[in-house]
Design a protein around this ligand. Structure first.
Ligand SMILES: NC(=O)c1ccc[n+]([C@@H]2O[C@H](COP(=O)([O-])OP(=O)(O)OC[C@H]3O[C@@H](n4cnc5c(N)ncnc54)[C@H](OP(=O)(O)O)[C@@H]3O)[C@@H](O)[C@H]2O)c1
Length: 302
């Protein structure tokens, strides 16, 4: 039996806590909050499909404790850890070794614990590319991209990944606009052929550029909660737009996805990103083959 969610205190007392966990916990996701995470629902079927006698658990870790938690996971024989909101920057600082893409994207969401070393990867960026290709049959390199919430960990990763792909244009909006200046500079350096601009986030400004945008990405948590307002004037969504929401909700589409569908646009929600970034993480831990369809059906049934 395992609990829905463990704590840092549980990790500190792991010898007694883990005695009841069968199969043994060898993978975890940490975040604050974490109870909503659907990662176990896709990784546990993947472990079963590969015949690996282990399980994936949720652990609540507060900001400031990521390094301690990762050291404890390593001591307790864990193979890997996913880091979600708000731990992706703190995890980057706690690594012994960093994969090149994690350095470029400035955040770690996947940790491989191997030979006493903590090796950091980022699967959000490549997971974004794969989910866009699967949902829309298009490559980000050919799309004019708007990212709302580009100043956050996920938004920044997606912006830099889009620049690395060489997309023709990249428009970045963020509630705190001052966060965008270094990101704009970084994206321009990575892809001199990409037209990179920072926007003031207002209905007028976003509406005024939508004729020149193909892919609209929500990288804010707006839409997670009932009662969240719109990101912009959804009446301006056009049928040719590709609407991508990093947020996913348990029971219904997000307001952005619902509005985009009502406007005739094609959509991709956060579950598809969760699936593809999870599959890439699994590959870092266990190599090929990654049982993608077992992960997909685990997610869809949950
Ligand atoms: N589906 C997946 O697999 C997946 C993967 C990664 C992330 N996500 C989702 O993506 C979202 C962002 O994650 P993150 O890691 O980037 O978080 P983060 O680092 O905390 O960044 C949050 C971003 O959203 C903005 N924001 C927060 N609340 C807002 C509000 N009420 N109105 C407008 N903007 C707001 C922030 O703006 P400021 O800079 O002004 O604070 C910032 O740009 C979360 O909902 C997360 O669950 C999903």
């Amino acid at each position: 039996m395992s609990k829905a969610c463990y704590t840092l205190e549980d990790l500190r007392n792991w010898a007694s806590v883990s005695a009841e966990i069968d199969p043994p916990a060898r993978l975890a996701v940490i975040g604050d909050p974490i109870a909503h995470s659907r990662s176990p629902q896709m990784h546990n079927p993947a472990l079963k499909a590969r015949g690996i006698h282990a399980q994936y658990i949720r652990v609540h870790v507060a900001p400031g404790s990521v390094a301690e938690a990762l050291d404890l996971f390593a001591q307790h024989g864990f193979v890997g850890v996913n880091c979600t909101i708000p731990h992706k920057f703190e995890a980057l600082e706690a690594m012994d070794e960093l994969n090149g893409l994690a350095v470029a994207l400035g955040a770690v969401n996947t940790v491989h614990l191997h030979d006493g070393q903590k090796i950091g990867y980022n699967s959000d960026g490549p997971g974004f590319l794969r989910s866009v290709e699967e949902a829309f049959g298009k490559s980000v390199k050919d799309l004019r991209v708007l990212i709302i919430g580009a100043g956050g960990g996920a938004g920044q990763a997606v912006a830099i990944q889009s620049a690395l792909e060489g997309c023709p244009s990249l428009r970045l909006a963020n509630r705190t606009v001052t966060k965008l200046a270094p990101l704009v500079k970084n994206c321009q350096q990575l892809s001199p052929t990409t037209q990179v601009t920072a926007l003031t986030w207002s209905d007028e400004e976003i509406s005024s550029i939508l004729d020149d945008v193909d892919l609209i990405v929500n990288a804010t948590p707006v839409g997670m909660k009932d009662g969240d307002g719109p990101l912009f004037d959804y009446q301006r969504i056009q049928p040719r737009h590709l609407a991508y929401d990093m947020v996913y909700r348990a029971s219904s589409p997000t307001p952005f996805i619902s509005a985009a569908r009502a406007g005739g646009a094609r959509t991709c929600d956060g579950l598809q990103l969760l699936l593809h970034q999870g599959a890439i993480s699994f590959g870092h831990w266990f190599g090929e083959p990654v049982p993608l369809e077992a992960m997909r059906s685990g997610l869809m049934q949950s």
